[in-house]
Design a protein around this ligand. Structure first.
Ligand SMILES: Cc1ncc(COP(=O)(O)O)c(C=O)c1O
Length: 381
């Protein structure tokens, strides 16, 4: 095995938490704990559905009839009615011809890129796309070119550079970026892709359930101009697993050729049933996403009023940009000492000198929590 080449101060330690008493609390189970119950300001379980009784019940009940695990791949004996049900419900909700489930978003992203790009392709990707998409690009053997985050001019210039070559072009973006909380100008990006007749893959991991009409994501109104979307059940749906949505032709291509789809144990029926129940809850609580975004606006404003660091984010994800790594870690510790769990995000996940505290605003955080949080921030020296 190769020697680990990571500087000592960047080595990460795995920590363990259990659920706390309140829906937004976690219990810190790590040695040297300072305060037991922490307010969770970093998980992506935006609506708290991972601990929702109806979701857990649906998951439990299907396990009794269909098993906890599916026992094999979709092509052997792993396909269950719940998979079909969830795929159909998602396809109808998102107005897509085909939805295919995957055991994780990481895997779905690899499959998605491999289906749309190969050795003869150029992938032009936003500078901040998720690691799983980059792994997909590598697996596809295509050439990778990055464009400046959310910069339409740079995107168009990069397309123009390769447009006259024989290579096929795939553009990859996220609709909502996980570390910036920034939203992609998706309509304009889709317009550029249409103009040059190039493919567009959009990862909706953090947007699903929250952004777009009724939480259907930002791709929803642009269906005809987007080649494929991916999203995970591990965030707003509070479950696990993921899906790809596309047209029937590409869907069939994936079924017949994707190793990431074929050679893996099918998504657990329990997670599929949980995701389906969560989806139904999101559908019948259309205001959840809107409320979360307006709550997050309040948090951003209040935080900006109390500290001198810039705050990024136009969504339920906010980033307090501290800059220096060491200082960011000190702020994380200060918050933790005062009952808040918000993780320091450092290079290589974010650029050097842009270390930050990433906050996720979650359903159920009351105004008292915000007041307390800002006064703790204010006391950071
Ligand atoms: C933007 C984005 N895409 C994909 C993934 C991977 O999803 P999953 O956790 O289901 O593997 C993540 C998770 O961190 C993500 O943030």
């Amino acid at each position: 095995m190769n020697k680990i080449k990571i500087p000592k101060n960047r080595l990460r330690r795995l920590k363990t938490y259990s659920l706390g008493r309140k829906p937004y609390e976690l219990q810190n189970l790590n040695r040297g704990k300072i305060k037991n119950n922490l307010i969770d300001l970093c998980s992506n379980d935006y609506f708290g559905l991972s601990r929702d009784n109806d979701v857990i019940k649906a998951s439990y009940e299907i396990s009794l009839s269909e098993g906890l695990g599916s026992g094999s791949s979709r092509f052997i004996t792993g396909s269950r009615p719940i998979h079909k049900l969830l795929e159909t419900e998602l396809a109808n909700w998102l107005n897509k011809e085909k939805v295919l489930l995957f055991p994780s978003g990481f895997q779905a992203n690899i499959a998605a890129v491999q289906a749309l790009a190969n050795r003869n392709s150029v992938v032009i990707a936003d500078k901040f796309i998720h690691n799983s998409l980059l792994v997909g690009v590598k697996a596809s053997g295509s050439k990778l070119v990055r464009f400046v985050h959310n910069n339409l001019e740079d995107l168009e210039n990069k397309i123009l550079k390769f447009h006259s070559t024989q290579k096929s072009i795939l553009i990859i973006v996220e609709s909502l970026y996980s570390m910036e909380g920034s939203i992609a100008p998706l309509k304009e990006i889709a317009g550029i892709c249409k103009k040059y007749n190039v493919k567009l893959l959009v990862d909706e991991a953090h947007a699903l359930g929250i952004l777009g009409p009724e939480g259907k994501g930002l791709s929803y109104d642009l269906t005809d101009d987007i080649t494929m979307i991916t999203a995970t059940f591990g965030k707003s749906l509070g479950s696990g697993g993921a899906f790809i949505a596309c047209n029937s032709k590409i869907g069939e291509y994936l079924i017949q050729t994707s190793g990431a789809f074929r050679y893996t144990t099918a998504l657990s029926p329990a997670l599929a049933a949980g995701a389906l129940k969560s989806l139904q809850k999101i559908k019948s609580n259309k205001e959840w996403g809107i409320n979360l975004l307006s709550e997050s606006k309040k948090w951003k404003k209040e935080i900006l009023d109390h500290i001198n660091f810039p705050v990024k984010g136009d969504s339920q994800i906010l980033s307090i940009i501290v800059g220096q790594e060491e200082k960011t870690i000190l702020l994380q510790k200060h918050l933790e000492k005062n009952g808040f769990l918000a993780i320091a995000i450092r290079p290589p996940t974010v650029p050097i000198n842009e270390s930050r505290i990433r906050l996720t605003i979650r359903r159920g955080l009351n105004p008292g929590i915000l007041k307390n949080f800002t006064s703790v921030l204010k006391s950071f020296k």
